[in-house]
Design a protein around this ligand. Structure first.
Ligand code: ADP
Ligand code: MG
Length: 184
């Protein structure tokens, strides 16, 4: 079993619903146990045009080797209609492997920890919400990078959600989002 963190993002179609559905989709895999889900955040596109993004981070435990996890991420992205017309194009769903245990991987099509993890508020904020004391292999404490991304627009969402699965997962480490009936 390996603990991994995935970053989810979307800014095309019903992005909020897609993120919620994608978390359920992950939780339904027999090779994955979803341990926690961050709050949902609305964020400014970076190095890209298009609408605002919705983002969250999921902590999971998996028996999948990292390459199988990447393949699963791609399969779920495709299921939700992901297309790649050009780099940083708006997307129905982006699923990135942020961390996979304490592994460091540097291959042409897979870099873990994710290379832009420490430069993006839309990853760092939900990640440190889930794991305030997290250490990133070869980079140190995750929260040490928060100050450098403080100028990136990010807003935590608090909309009502009726889904019992997501409510059970949502913001378990976040004292401000534990109200029954809210998951994001
Ligand atoms: P973005 O970089 O905006 O997420 P894509 O989702 O299209 O763009 O990913 C492009 C490629 O990045 C993927 O085909 C994948 O092989 C590669 N990649 C490298 N490292 C990772 C990672 N840690 N998680 C997900 N994809 C990765
Ligand atoms: Mg991606």
């Amino acid at each position: 079993m390996t603990v991994a963190y995935l970053g989810l993002g979307a800014n095309l179609g019903d992005a909020r619903q897609t993120l919620k559905d994608a978390v359920v989709c992950l939780a339904q895999q027999h090779t994955i146990t979803v341990l926690a889900k961050s709050s949902l955040y609305r964020t400014a596109p970076i190095d890209a045009g298009g609408d605002d993004y919705y983002n969250c981070v999921v902590k999971l435990e998996t028996t999948l080797p990292v390459r199988h996890l990447l393949a699963l991420c791609h399969k779920i992205e495709s299921h939700f209609g992901r297309e790649r017309p050009f780099r940083n194009a708006p997307r129905t769903l982006d699923l990135d492997i942020l961390l996979y245990g304490d592994h460091s991987i540097d291959e042409p099509d897979l870099i873990v920890p994710h290379p832009r993890l420490t430069e993006r508020a839309f990853v760092l904020v939900p990640l440190t919400e889930l794991a305030p004391d997290l250490t990133i292999p070869q980079r140190g404490r995750a929260d040490a990078f928060l100050a450098a991304v403080a100028d990136q627009r990010i807003e935590r969402m608090k909309s009502p959600c009726q889904c019992p699965v997501l409510n059970a997962l949502g913001g378990s480490n976040d004292s401000t989002s534990t109200t029954k009936g809210r998951c994001s």
